[in-house]
Design a binder for this molecule. Structure first.
Ligand SMILES: [Cu+2]
Length: 550
C-alpha cells in the first residue's frame, strides 16, 4: 500500500484572451491560461491542497469552479459568481485553496460569464491516496470538448434577442480531444497483458459524446468521482459535465492494432451528413508495424442502442462500490424543467416556472448575514430560486423534464444517489407538445450509484437522493451553458443556521466585493429584512403554469 504525504500543489493561472484556431476552422477569440490553450490538466492526490493562483487578464470578471469537489467547510471556494463569491475583477488576482478529500475524475472550469465555453476548462485528476480499488498499470485521459466558430457571448445574445427567431439556427461544433482537433488524435499505446484506466471527461458547452473501443471489453468503474462495481459496457455516452472511468485489459498478443471511436452529437440537433453527428477515431496501438483491424466508427456507434443518459445501459443500473444502501427520505422536492415565453419577447428556461438571475449580493453572504431570516426563502429574491434545506435532512429530488431537450443537471457540493428513471405522466403536463415517452421505469440496484451530473431525458423524470450534510449555498443548474444562461438554475441554501456559526468568509473575498461596489451583507438586494428594492423586476411568463418550449 502506498501512502503519500499530503502536499500543497501550486498552480498559477494567468487568464487571458488569445486568438487561436483550435479546429482548423479559422482563428477566433478564446480564453486561455498563460497565453495558451489547451490548459494543462491538473493532477493532485487525495488529501492534497490544491492552491490555484488566478490572475484575471480579461475585460470582465472571472471565477473558477472545481466541478465535483465537495468544498466541505469551504463553500466560499466553490466559485459560481454571485452565488458563493464576487467575480475576480479585471486586473485582479485571487488564490483558491481546494482541500481535496475525494479521488476520481473532476474538472476545473470558469463559472462567471460562461467562460468555460470559450476554453477556460481542464481536467482535474485526483489520484487515490491509497491503492485504488482496481489495479491498472497506466491511465489515459480523454478530455472531450465541443468547439464553435463564435464566442459563447455571441451565441447567448442571439438566443436571448427578442428580435431574432427562436431557437437560433443550429450550430455544428467540432470536437476537441485532449484540447486539439479531434481529427488529429494520437494513438493510445497499449502493451500486451497490461490493464489501463481511461478517464473520459465531457467538458462541452452543449454536446454529448460517445466513446467505444473495437475488440476490447470496457468496464465502467467510476462516474463523476464515485467508484462503481465494474460494469461491462460496449461504450458509454457522456452529457456535458459528466465523467466516466473505463477499465480495459490489453490483448495477450501484439499482432494487430485496433481503434477507439468517438461520436460528437446532440439528439436535439437534426442530423446533417458530415456535420452532426461527427465521428472521430484513433489507433489502439500495440505495434507500430501491425495492421489496424478494420472497423467503421459510424456504423459501430450507430448500431449500438442509444439513450440520452448512457448508451447501452443507464447510469441507474450501476452499483456504488461503497455498497451504501438507498438513503431514507425526510422531504421530497419536485422540480419541473421547462422553457417559456415571456412578455418581453424573450424565451427563457425555468425550473418550477422561475428563471434564474443573479442576485446583487452573493447568496452565501446573504445566508450568513441575515440572521434568523436566512431560513426564509423570500430574502434571497424572486430569481435566485432559493430552496432552504435543513441540516442533515434526507432529500429526494424528483426532476421532471416535459421539455423537448435533454438537460444535464449538475449539483454543486454533493453527489446524489440515482434512485429511478421513468416516463412522465403526460396528464401532468398538458402544455407539453411532445409525445409521451415509451421508456420504462428503471430502478436502482440495492446500492444506488451516485454522481454529480445527471441527464434528465426528454419526457422522463429522475429521482435522486442526498443528505443535506454539507452546509453551504449550492447551485443546481443545467450544464448546457446556453440553458444555464437562459435561467435553468436554482440555489440550494443548505443549513444557513449552521453556516452562521461555523463559516468565516476570508477577508480578501469580502474586499473583492467591496472594491467592485458589491455589498457583502443583507438580502438579495443588499437591504435588510424583506426590502428587495433595487433588484430587477422578474420577467413575466406569457402563459401561466408550466409552459414548454414548442
Ligand atoms: Cu439544459
Amino acid at each position: 500500500m502506498v501512502i503519500a504525504n499530503a502536499a500543497r500543489v501550486i498552480v498559477n493561472w494567468n487568464i487571458g484572451y488569445l486568438q487561436i484556431d483550435r479546429d482548423n476552422q479559422g482563428i477566433r477569440t478564446a480564453i486561455g491560461v498563460n497565453g495558451a490553450l489547451p490548459i494543462p490538466p491538473v493532477y493532485v492526490t487525495e488529501g492534497d491542497t490544491l492552491v490555484l493562483h488566478v490572475y484575471n487578464g480579461l475585460n470582465q470578471s472571472t471565477s473558477i469552479h472545481a466541478h465535483g469537489i465537495f468544498q466541505r467547510n469551504t463553500n466560499y471556494m466553490d466559485g459560481p459568481a454571485m452565488v458563493t463569491q464576487c467575480g475576480i475583477p479585471p486586473g485582479g488576482s485571487f488564490t483558491y485553496e481546494y482541500q481535496i478529500n475525494q479521488a476520481g475524475t473532476f474538472w476545473l472550469h470558469g463559472h462567471d460569464h460562461h467562460q468555460n465555453s470559450d476554453g477556460l476548462r481542464t481536467p482535474l485528476i485526483v489520484r487515490d491516496k491509497h491503492s485504488p480499488p482496481f489495479y491498472y498499470d497506466k491511465e489515459y485521459i480523454f478530455s472531450l470538448e465541443d468547439w464553435y466558430n463564435a464566442p459563447f457571448s455571441e451565441r447567448l445574445a442571439d438566443t436571448l434577442d427578442p428580435n431574432k427567431p427562436f431557437p437560433p439556427e443550429p450550430s455544428y461544433p467540432h470536437a476537441l480531444i485532449n484540447g486539439y482537433n479531434g481529427n488529429h488524435t494520437g494513438p493510445l499505446l497499449f502493451e500486451v497483458g497490461k490493464t489501463y484506466r481511461i478517464r473520459l471527461i465531457n467538458m462541452s458547452t452543449t454536446e454529448w459524446f460517445k466513446f467505444a473501443m473495437s475488440n476490447h471489453q470496457m468496464k465502467v468503474i467510476e462516474a463523476d468521482g464515485v467508484y462503481s462495481v465494474p460494469a461491462p459496457v460496449d461504450g458509454v455516452t457522456l452529457g456535458p459535465g459528466q465523467r466516466y472511468s473505463i477499465l480495459v485489459s490489453a490483448h495477450s498478443n501484439s499482432n494487430y492494432n485496433y481503434k477507439y471511436m468517438i461520436e460528437l452529437f446532440a439528439s436535439f440537433i437534426p442530423e446533417l451528413r458530415g456535420m452532426s453527428p461527427r465521428y472521430y477515431s484513433g489507433r489502439i496501438e500495440y505495434n507500430p508495424n501491425a495492421l489496424v483491424v478494420a472497423v467503421n466508427p459510424e456504423t459501430t456507434l450507430k448500431s449500438l442502442p442509444e439513450n440520452e443518459s448512457m448508451a447501452w445501459m443507464y447510469d441507474v443500473e450501476l452499483s456504488a462500490l461503497s455498497h451504501r444502501p438507498a438513503l431514507p427520505v425526510d422531504r421530497s422536492i419536485e422540480l419541473v424543467l421547462g422553457g417559456a415565453s415571456f412578455t418581453d419577447g424573450i424565451t427563457r428556461d425555468v425550473i418550477n416556472n422561475i428563471t434564474y438571475a443573479q442576485p446583487l449580493i452573493p447568496t452565501l453572504y446573504s445566508a450568513i448575514s441575515m440572521g434568523s431570516l436566512s431560513t426564509n426563502e423570500t430574502i434571497y429574491g424572486p430569481q435566485s430560486h432559493a430552496i432552504i434545506l435543513r441540516h442533515l435532512e434526507y432529500i429526494e429530488l424528483t426532476i421532471y423534464n416535459p421539455n423537448s431537450l435533454p438537460h444535464p443537471m449538475h449539483l454543486h457540493g454533493h453527489t446524489f444517489q440515482i434512485i429511478e428513471y421513468g416516463p412522465i405522466d403526460i396528464e401532468m403536463f398538458p402544455n407539453s407538445e411532445r409525445n409521451p415517452s415509451t421508456a420504462s421505469i428503471i430502478k436502482a440496484s440495492n446500492h444506488p450509484m451516485e454522481r454529480d451530473t445527471i441527464v434528465i431525458p426528454i419526457m422522463q423524470y429522475v429521482k435522486l437522493r442526498f443528505r443535506a450534510d454539507n452546509p453551504g449555498v449550492w447551485l443546481f443548474h443545467c450544464h448546457m451553458d446556453i440553458h444555464f444562461g437562459m435561467g435553468m438554475a436554482l440555489t440550494f441554501v443548505e443549513a444557513p443556521d449552521v453556516l452562521q456559526s461555523t463559516m468565516n468568509i476570508p477577508k480578501n473575498m469580502l474586499k473583492m466585493c467591496l472594491d467592485q461596489g458589491i455589498g457583502i451583507s443583507g438580502n438579495a438586494a443588499g437591504n435588510s429584512g424583506f426590502d428587495l428594492n433595487g433588484l430587477p423586476t422578474p420577467p413575466i411568463m406569457t402563459f401561466p403554469g408550466t409552459s414548454v418550449r414548442p
